[in-house]
Each structure stands twice: as structure tokens, then as C-alpha cells.
Design a protein around this ligand. Structure first.
Ligand code: AMP
Ligand code: MG
Length: 338
């Protein structure tokens, strides 16, 4: 069986998005940093004339991603999420305030999306081996068995003790669909705290556009064409909001000519086929990250309908595998001519 594995996680994407977003005028100097965290190339650009302030801002962005990575990486021995999974069926585990908050938010949205986002998808993800050297198409019986350990309603969160308990062995939290969003929010808060008002962060399709470009106009964020990921199919004009995209081109492998990607439909344990790409614009990067994954699983009809019902979603777009483009009514207001 011939398999090819790609972890595009889109250095190219990031570059395209930031380049398009960052062609500023002469008003401010701009300082950039690229770094690697959460299995992703992350780029950040801040606009200010104060070099020391810019460096402090870039430091705090990098720190936010590295810290959240350390806490939430479920493959890293000793991380909070690793330990919670290790103690599944055995004992509650005391976790940091941040991991508790992410778990609470993720659980609430697992419910709100009727399980299209499922924070307990870890056991099924492991069978596919995304992110490992040897991803593979698992046996149907193994998928069925792992799906029996994805009932997120069984997770026990104890706010007073700050503990998380997974009651059954084999249950596994997976923060892959939310941690980058949370880290983005943390990074943006740190920039604001320092008094930086104009910046753009791009963490593997998790973009936050803080303030405006140097010429005072909104940042431009490119949306990748899932069929041709090196190309931009549209530009969004955004200011003070997260623009989070999920896509079947971000992380996948091919086996026998079929592309298997990393966003699973928790109803089947198979890669979700209802969408090829999704983009969500809203203030909270954490929730935008969750929803980009959930809308992908739901597909255009249900996904756009859910997005329309949620007042905190400013706009959403769903692209399908046959080239269809679906959006909330508000989407056109964000589409930029150039
Ligand atoms: P994203 O790129 O934000 O759509 O997140 C994809 C990542 O989230 C995957 O790499 C998994 O770690 C995790 N994941 C995959 N499918 C789901 C799902 N249905 N619900 C929650 N997390 C998921
Ligand atoms: Mg996501």
C-alpha cells in the first residue's frame, strides 16, 4: 500500500496570509517573528515605532504559544493533558487553571455542536496516527471500539478542585482543535496589556487581526483554496477579530489514492467529508477554533445554519469538495476587493 504523508501545516499558507495582511504604509515600523510551536509555524507582526516594545510583544506572543503547547500537548509526557489521559479510569487529575478553562469551554461547545466538536476524540485520532511517522487507515472494528469511549458527557470536571476525570480507561482528551485558538487569545491579551494595538498573528490558519494595518485600513486575511492550497480564493477584511480556518489540506496522508485528513466525524470515526474548508470570524479565537472544526464536520447546510444562530459569530464560510462556497449573510461585508 503506497502512502504519502504530508504535514503541510502550511508554511506557505502562513506566509501568504501574513504577506497579504501586512503590506503596511509608512506610519509605523513593523517587527516580525516566526517560530515553531504546537506543530505549526507561527508568524507574528506588530506595528509600532518602539523597537523595545515590539520585542516585548513578540516575546509575549511566543511565550503564550509555548506555554499552552506545554500544558496541552497530549504526546508530551507530564503535560496536564497527557496525565489526564494516562489516569483515565483511575483517578481525577489536578490541572492548571488554563487547561481547566479550555476543557470547560470545549465541553460546553461539544454539547452546543451536538458532538460535531468532540473533545474526547483522542482515542480515535490515535488509531489513525495523524501527526506520527506512520499514519494508517484503521480497522473498522477498532474504530467502533474507540468510538465507544468518546462520550464527552461522562467527563467529570471539578471546578473547586481544578481536576479533570475521564471515567473510562482509553478515553482521551484531544485539544488539537482548540489549543491554538486559546493560545492566540492569550497572545492577543498580552499584546493589548503592553499597549500594542495593531498586530497580526497567524498560527496555522488561526489568525488574529488586532487593530488595523499601518495605513489605518483593516488587515487582509487570505482564505486558501482547498483544491489548490497554494492559492488564495478570497480575501477577508478584518479588524479586531479572529479568522480561523480548518481544511482537509492542512494535515493528511494518502493511501491507495484516497486522501485521509485530520478532522474526524465523531459519528463515524472517519475523516469528515461534508466540507473541504471552513473559516470562522469572531472575537474569541478559542471558540472560532472550535467552530471551524465543528462547522467542517457539519457541512454547509447545518453548519451555516448553526453559525447564523450564534450571535457571537461575525461571519462564517464553508467550502465543499466540489467547489461550492457557502457563507453566512454577513460574509459579503468582510470580502475585500483587494
Ligand atoms: P482544526 O485544525 O482546528 O480543525 O483541528 C483539527 C484537530 O482537532 C485534529 O488534528 C485533532 O487533533 C482534533 N480533532 C479532529 N476531529 C475533531 C472533532 N470532530 N472534534 C474535536 N477535535 C477534533
Ligand atoms: Mg479548530
Amino acid at each position: 500500500m503506497k502512502k504519502t504523508y504530508y504535514t503541510t501545516l502550511s508554511l506557505i499558507t502562513l506566509l501568504i496570509a501574513v504577506l497579504l495582511a501586512g503590506c503596511g504604509g509608512p506610519k509605523n515600523n513593523s517587527y516580525k517573528r516566526d517560530f515553531f510551536a504546537m506543530d505549526t509555524y507561527i508568524t507574528c507582526q506588530v506595528l509600532t515605532d518602539d523597537k523595545a516594545l515590539a520585542e516585548a510583544g513578540l516575546d509575549s506572543v511566543e511565550k503564550a504559544f509555548l506555554e499552552i503547547d506545554q500544558l496541552t500537548n497530549r504526546f508530551s509526557e507530564g503535560s496536564d493533558v497527557f496525565t489526564v489521559n494516562e489516569k483515565a479510569g483511575l483517578a481525577p487529575v489536578k490541572v492548571s487553571e488554563e487547561v481547566f478553562t479550555i476543557a470547560e469551554t470545549a465541553l460546553a461547545w461539544s454539547d452546543r455542536t451536538n458532538g460535531a466538536f468532540n473533545i474526547l476524540i483522542g482515542g480515535v485520532m490515535d488509531l489513525w496516527g495523524f501527526g506520527t511517522e506512520k499514519p494508517t487507515v484503521p480497522l473498522a472494528a477498532d474504530v467502533a471500539a474507540a468510538l465507544n469511549r468518546t462520550d464527552y458527557q461522562q467527563i467529570v470536571l471539578d471546578a473547586a478542585q481544578s481536576t479533570i476525570f475521564l471515567p473510562e480507561k482509553g478515553m482521551a482528551l484531544d485539544f488539537g482543535g482548540v489549543a491554538k485558538g486559546y493560545a492566540t487569545d492569550k497572545a492577543v491579551a498580552a499584546l493589548k496589556e503592553l499597549g500594542i494595538g495593531n498586530a497580526i498573528i497567524n498560527a496555522g490558519g488561526n489568525v488574529y487581526a488586532l487593530g488595523n494595518r499601518a495605513d489605518g485600513t483593516p488587515w487582509r486575511v487570505g482564505v486558501q483554496d482547498p483544491q489548490h492550497p497554494k492559492e488564495i480564493m478570497g480575501l477577508l477584511r478584518v479588524s479586531d477579530a479572529a479568522v480561523v480556518s480548518s481544511g482537509d489540506y492542512q494535515r493528511y496522508f494518502e493511501a491507495n489514492g484516497v486522501r485521509y485528513h485530520h478532522i474526524l466525524d465523531p459519528a463515524t470515526g472517519q475523516p469528515a467529508r461534508a466540507s473541504a474548508g471552513t473559516t470562522v470570524i469572531m472575537k474569541s479565537a478559542t471558540v472560532a477554533d472550535i467552530l471551524s472544526t465543528a462547522l467542517f464536520v457539519k457541512g454547509p447546510a447545518e453548519g451555516i445554519s448553526l453559525a447564523e444562530q450564534l450571535p457571537q459569530v461575525e461571519a462564517a464560510m464553508i467550502l465543499t469538495r466540489d467547489g461550492g462556497v457557502y457563507g453566512t449573510k454577513s460574509l459579503t461585508g468582510y470580502l475585500a476587493g483587494q
